[in-house]
Ligand binder design. Structure first.
Ligand code: NI
Length: 160
C-alpha cells in the first residue's frame, strides 16, 4: 500500500466525471487500499478515487473507528429529509461551511469483488455518502452556498 497525492481545488481533474469501474481486479484492490491509507494519513473521513487523480467511480468512507465502507459504482436510490451541517474536504484544505444534505439515503453499490449490495445511511453517514458521490460527478461542497462559491473563486475562474 502506498500513500497517494491528493489533488486540490483548482486542479481541473476534480471537475471531471468519473467512469464506472468495469474490472473488479487486483488494480482496483490496490487503488482502494491506497485510497484508504491516504485518507487515514490525511485524517479524512471519506475519499473518492478522483481525489488521487483516478477517474473511476470508487469511494471509501470511515463509518467507525477502523471500520470502512467501500462503494464502487454507487447509486442513490432514495433520499428523505434535509439537514444543514458543516462540511470539509481533503481537496479543499482549511475551509468548512454548512451544506444542506438529505437526512437519509438508500444506496446501491458494489464491493471490491463486484458483489452488489444496498444499504441505508442517515445523518452524518448520509452526508458523507452524498459528498463523496458528488466527487464522482465533479461536484464539490463549495458549489452549494454563496460562502463556498466565494471561497471557490480564489481557485477557479468562472467559464464563459
Ligand atoms: Ni471531498
Amino acid at each position: 500500500m502506498s500513500i497517494r497525492n491528493i489533488i486540490k481545488i483548482g486542479n481541473a481533474t476534480l471537475r471531471k466525471k468519473s467512469k464506472p469501474v468495469t474490472s473488479f481486479d487486483e488494480d482496483l484492490s490496490t487503488l482502494l487500499d491506497d485510497m484508504k491509507k491516504t485518507m487515514i494519513e490525511k485524517k479524512g473521513v471519506g475519499i473518492a478515487a478522483v481525489q488521487v487523480g483516478v477517474l473511476r467511480r470508487a469511494i471509501i468512507i470511515e463509518v467507525d473507528e477502523n471500520e470502512y465502507l467501500e462503494l464502487i459504482n454507487p447509486e442513490i436510490l432514495k433520499t428523505k429529509g434535509s439537514v444543514k451541517d458543516s462540511e470539509g474536504c481533503l481537496s479543499i484544505p482549511d475551509f468548512y461551511c454548512d451544506v444542506k444534505r438529505p437526512k437519509y439515503v438508500q444506496v446501491k453499490a458494489f464491493d471490491r469483488k463486484g458483489r452488489a449490495f444496498t444499504f441505508d445511511a442517515k445523518d452524518y453517514l448520509a452526508r458523507c455518502v452524498c459528498h463523496e458521490i458528488d466527487h464522482l460527478d465533479g461536484i464539490l461542497f463549495v458549489d452549494y452556498t454563496d460562502e463556498g462559491k466565494k471561497y471557490r473563486s480564489k481557485f477557479e475562474h468562472e467559464e464563459g
